[in-house]
Design a binder for this molecule. Structure first.
Ligand code: SIN
Length: 191
């Protein structure tokens, strides 16, 4: 698979293009929407854990020094909290470009706090994509995130903005919290 998934995603039409679609954001899509939507609601998906295991060569790093951004990995008995947006199908054209570095449109069941649920889309970067980095020791991931910077800004801002957004949602994510703490400590040490 090449890095650029834009064309693959254009073929992944699991929905009626004339209806609105629920999109679930679990990373930058929580705190940086920058697209039009009809409705925005906190939601969660079940059986998935958020991990900083996807390389970012285009937003929060460069091809020479990639950053780390989140994807979801299968994890029974885990829930991942995030934000759902009800969007028009045409919005996916711009999202496909934003998420082009290895993410594919996938179907997921979104659960809302009132107990209702809906089928929706997520952008998922699986381990077989060329930009996947996978797990690493916490310190190594923290150093990489502290150092990386790309066209969308420093990698650390992505992490810190996500940590704040999750706190605002009342979402407990030990992986994100541990990384944010480690990067903050690292930054005070290198000053
Ligand atoms: C998402 O936010 O749902 C996908 C990953 C990202 O763009 O950070």
């Amino acid at each position: 698979m090449t890095h650029d998934t834009t064309h693959l995603n254009r073929e992944r039409i699991f929905f009626d293009p004339d209806e609105t679609i629920w999109l679930f954001g679990y990373g930058s899509l929580i705190w940086k929407a920058e697209f039009d939507y009809h409705e925005r609601r906190p939601a969660h998906v079940e059986g998935w854990a958020r991990r900083f295991w996807q390389g970012s060569h285009d937003h929060r790093g460069t091809p020479e020094a990639p950053g780390r951004v989140v994807t979801l990995v299968e994890s029974p008995d885990t829930i991942c909290q995030g934000m759902a947006y009800r969007i028009d199908a045409e919005i996916l054209k711009q999202l496909d470009i934003r998420e082009k570095n290895g993410y594919l449109r996938e179907l997921a069941t979104l659960h809302f706090p009132d107990g209702s649920h809906a089928e929706g889309l997520i952008y998922l970067a699986t381990e077989d994509n060329a930009a996947f980095l996978g797990d690493a020791p916490l310190d190594a991931m923290a150093h990489q995130i502290a150092a990386a910077c790309g066209p969308s800004g420093p990698n650390r801002d992505y992490l810190f903005n996500l940590a704040v957004a999750l706190e605002n949602l009342g979402a407990d994510d030990p992986h994100v919290a541990a990384l944010a703490e480690r990067v903050a400590v690292h930054l005070t040490q290198v000053k």
